[in-house]
Design a protein around this ligand. Sequence first.
Ligand code: ADP
Ligand code: MG
Length: 515
Amino acid sequence: MDPVGVAAAPPEAGPGPAWRNKCPWGAPNPTSISCSLADVMSEQLAKELQLEEENAAFPEVVAVAEGPFITGENIDTSSDLMLAQMLQMEFDREYDAQLRREEKKINGDSKVSISFENYRKVHPYDSDSSEDEVDWQDTRHDPYRADKPTTTPRKGFIGKGKDITTKHDEVVCGRKNTARMENFAPEFQVGDGIGMDLKLSNQVFNALKQHAYSEERRSARLHEKKEHSTAEKAVDPKTRLLMYKMVNSGMLETITGCISTGKESVVFHAYGGNATEDKVIPPECAIKVFKTTLNEFKNRDKYIKDDYRFKDRFSKLNPRKIIRMWAEKEMHNLTRMQNAGIPCPEVVILKKHVLVMSFIGQDQVPAPKLKDVILSSEDMKKAYYQVLNMMQQLYKECNLVHADLSEYNMLWHDGKVWLIDVSQSVEPTHPHGLEFLFRDCRNVSQFFQKGGVAEALNERELFNAVSGFNITADNEVDFQAEIEALEKMNEDHVQNHGKKLSMFSSDGDPPIFDE
Ligand code: ADP
Ligand code: MG
């Protein structure tokens, strides 16, 4: 059977949901996608495009902190909790500003200054301005640490004659008590007393000790509570605030709950809010929050650090910004797919590491993954041909390899397959792009062969059908070796000529070099 012939079958042409027809993004402007390879490769252009997209997509979200919030217009009163939190933040900010003014007034030009830092409500890690802060600081070396106090020997006194001092001496005891404050919990603020010649009476020390212990217990309880609620709500307070802002701006009506908690992301369902003059929000949205833990970022970096679109920026960024690039990458990849007419979620808005897109499913119920749905043999066959078609479109029209394609990232909705989860997708010229494609082909091929689709190509045939290469090796080891040789050829070409080979090919011809 001729795989290319199969590929030529047109993709399923569906009119799409009614809201998309009204939607300014619903009908992609064909002029915006026709650009040269040089344009596509331009980092500058990519940045400009994103800026344009962002500005067009959510001017109100930016304005929400001042605009609707302060004027009291457009306030969604169904979200009292969110309003309360926003108000509290605003109040805290004002309170801190007042503290700073007082601090300044008290300190004046004095060389010794007093800090009110501990009384501030909005701490640096809560505020938006903390984006570039150092995540971790070495506090092991403390230049202010006091020298060990001199101790009284076992005999209980030192000195001679009238200069004898016993362990009950007030001064010695006082110093000892001061030094013992070091044993209090680290978060218990004992001030600079340890570094000075401060003498604490037994009575004062005991009272302090008592207080330190009860503080420690209280803080442990609070901590426990906080951890608990974080797990419950699945995202950190900063992310929650980002989401609240989306609701407060009216863009989303309500966030109903969590659909999925994965290793790398948490996905929520939300009802779309009010349409504005220039945009229509889908009636139901999915909010994908990319997780910002360091471990996950380590797992993913191989997909992004070799992607030339992100490479230059990658080396200069901290983990938090890299996570944002993941969200950004998913947005760009989804947009490319949308433009090619591949069924996938439509991007609504991107805010930092939070991506809002149209919801695939209905009435809060997400469409089932291909792995969970039981299809008739007819639908299974239909799904197979559609997936084959989409893989080819993805490769040839979007210049992308999914890189995590399997029955886990394909949803069955409205009688067709929808592709999701494309944050890791790369261009075929990525140093491992073809290996990723081969892995995708293996997953797809195995799934449909096991699902009883007799026509399903094996992974090697599928790879050739999608990529247009004509690798003839008849076993997996040789086949993979040839794939790696192709990748190497491409890398060598980049080294020698500073540019990539085009991996495109038409109708099964060998790849055309871009020179
Ligand atoms: P991950 O990287 O965590 O696998 P995915 O993008 O695959 O993230 O999303 C996880 C799950 O969330 C999916 O398996 C799917 O069930 C659900 N999901 C994600 N995006 C959407 C969407 N746009 N509409 C409906 N469900 C979605
Ligand atoms: Mg997934």
